[in-house]
Ligand binder design. Structure first.
Ligand SMILES: Nc1ncnc2c1ncn2[C@@H]1O[C@H](COP(=O)(O)OP(=O)(O)OP(=O)(O)O)[C@@H](O)[C@H]1O
Length: 272
């Protein structure tokens, strides 16, 4: 586990204390079961709009499980049952009439290991907008691809090789390609499950910089094992332990004066 975060205090930002607006995502009494295993217990959490929220906690405490609840990725796991309520902009995302494909376009996801399609860089980005009918012409599609790559800080590195395969990029570039792919369908929320764990420190720094820029336009939720990363990129942090949220609050407070001894023990490396 990482060393304590004391050397990596979050830099104070305008949104370190967040605007008092309505939260983007509201979860109430969420319980998740994998067959008999009760993986998440009565989780309630507000996630603010256009900010970064970090989920931290020891391995197996339910961070990824909760992240996957937010775009119903857990639907794909046969043994998984989700109970409770999660609303995005006041809309219940577990409403049976909700179109899950549309939900996953609104709530994009970036995984631990970069997973570009074995296609060209251009096609990796164009695929989503095309199936969602977001472009009326080739010129419009080209524009969407360029803008997504620009927002993911990748355009300058790939603009002369858009027809090369995405899997031929470096790991860090592949992860930025996956972020561009998520952005291309104009999501409102981007979920990131340990997006830097397969990357070297330089590629990690680039992704962190990018996350900091993206929060101006997107609501971002990131699972990370790195306390320094949570401190650097997020404005709010939720600490998970054994399937519950022990505490949540402004990142700076969680790392400097946590309310709960379990949080204190975790951030100072006493367990995890
Ligand atoms: N597909 C699955 N089937 C059965 N149990 C699962 C499944 N996914 C997760 N679990 C269990 O649910 C609990 C929470 O797992 P989860 O992956 O959400 O934790 P996590 O905090 O993200 O862990 P890590 O930091 O190691 O990724 C664990 O006990 C795990 O074994």
């Amino acid at each position: 586990m990482d060393a304590t975060a004391t050397a990596a205090r979050p830099k104070p930002t305008a949104s370190a204390t967040l605007p008092a607006g309505d939260p983007k995502i509201v979860a109430k009494d969420v319980n998740v079961y994998y067959a008999e295993k009760h993986a998440l217990k009565n989780v309630s959490l507000d996630i603010p709009e256009r900010a970064v929220m970090a989920f931290i906690g020891p391995s197996g405490c339910g961070k990824s499980t909760f992240l996957r609840c937010i775009n119903r990725m857990n639907d794909t796991i046969a043994s998984c049952r989700v109970v409770g309520s999660i609303k995005i902009d006041d809309q219940d995302i577990y409403d049976p009439s909700l179109d899950v494909v549309q939900l996953r376009a609104r709530v994009g996801m970036v995984f631990q290991k970069p997973n570009p399609f074995p296609k060209s860089i251009y096609e990796n980005i164009a695929y989503g907008p095309r199936i969602h009918g977001l472009a009326r012409s080739k010129a419009e599609l080209d524009e969407i691809v360029e803008q997504a790559l620009r927002k993911a800080s990748l355009w300058n590195e790939v603009k002369d090789r858009l027809q090369d395969t995405g899997t031929g990029l470096s790991g860090g570039q592949q992860q930025r390609l996956c972020i561009a792919r998520a952005i291309a369908v104009s999501p409102e929320v981007i979920l990131m499950d340990e997006p830097c764990s397969a990357l070297d420190p330089i590629a990690t720094a680039k992704i962190e910089e990018l996350i900091d820029e993206l929060r101006q336009n997107f609501t971002i939720v990131i699972v990370t094992h790195s306390m320094q990363q949570a401190a650097r990129v997020s404005q709010r942090t939720a600490f998970f332990h054994l399937g519950v949220i022990v505490e949540t609050g402004p990142t700076e407070r969680i790392f400097t004066s946590p309310n709960d001894k379990r949080t204190q023990d975790y951030i100072t490396g006493r367990f995890g």
